[in-house]
Design a protein around this ligand. Sequence first.
Ligand code: SAM
Length: 289
Amino acid sequence: MATPIGNREDFSARAQQVLAAADVIACEDTRHSRPLLAAFGIAGELLSYHEHNEDQMTPRLLKRLQAGETVALISDAGTPLISDPGFLLVRAAREQGLRVAPIPGPCAAICALSAAGLPSDRFLFVGFPPRTSAQRLAWCQGFAKEPGTLICYESARRAAATLHDLAEGLGAQRRAVVARELTKRFETFLVDRLATLAEQVAANPEQQLGELVIMIEGDPRGDEERERAEQLRVLELLAAELPLKQAAALTAAITGGARNRLYKAALAARDQSDESARPHGQVGRETLD
Ligand code: SAM
């Protein structure tokens, strides 16, 4: 279940009730969670469950669940499993047919997105960036063409270097938002182009403190390229079996592409294939541009 990411008022009444009634609370760091829970009058049994002991602790917690006990899972902040431990336990519990109930609450990624002003109808959460610049640049290539908004976590002290690499890997002019210290006293939102944000954060020591979420607008060309590739695939298949006009008309009907453009593409491809003895009906990628 989700615990506050900043403000104690973010801790829902239901989360408190469930934690108070649980037989055992699995948490990342008992020293961190005990005082937090005590502040809400919750004093149950705590077990440490973190990325270094998940393997050993999962069977122990599973046994307790199978014996009919209620196990609550929390992380240091926000929602368990979201760049936090818990996946192994939830999967194992599901495999055993045990009930797993989510208790909603704060999650830094969703909290940040809800106030960023970037498109939120489609987004990709990419976790924490790798530590070195070369790894970060390679990492960016995995989603450089993603049309949805990109969301990643980062510690504020690495933010300037990460923003710099994101600008290089994804494009200096992409719109981006840095949401820092959400729901805490020094909450800030910086909104600008990636390259400018990298400079702003590098020049401002305050922005290098605390925790932050980086959000970047998706690649607007990503969708278009995917659509064109799909049109090309369908056109190629149909052109191998049908007259070009019919192949283009059917491709337009199936994919929503423009019939004239598809017909021209098919003609150009046929001319090209006549010249270079391409197999019948094969359509070149360049002809759809
Ligand atoms: N499970 C958590 C969640 O649901 O948000 C995230 C845990 S992850 C280990 C910690 C990262 O979440 C931080 O490095 C930061 O990127 C982000 N984060 C957590 N609390 C935050 C806050 N109050 N403001 C901005 N980002 C935060």
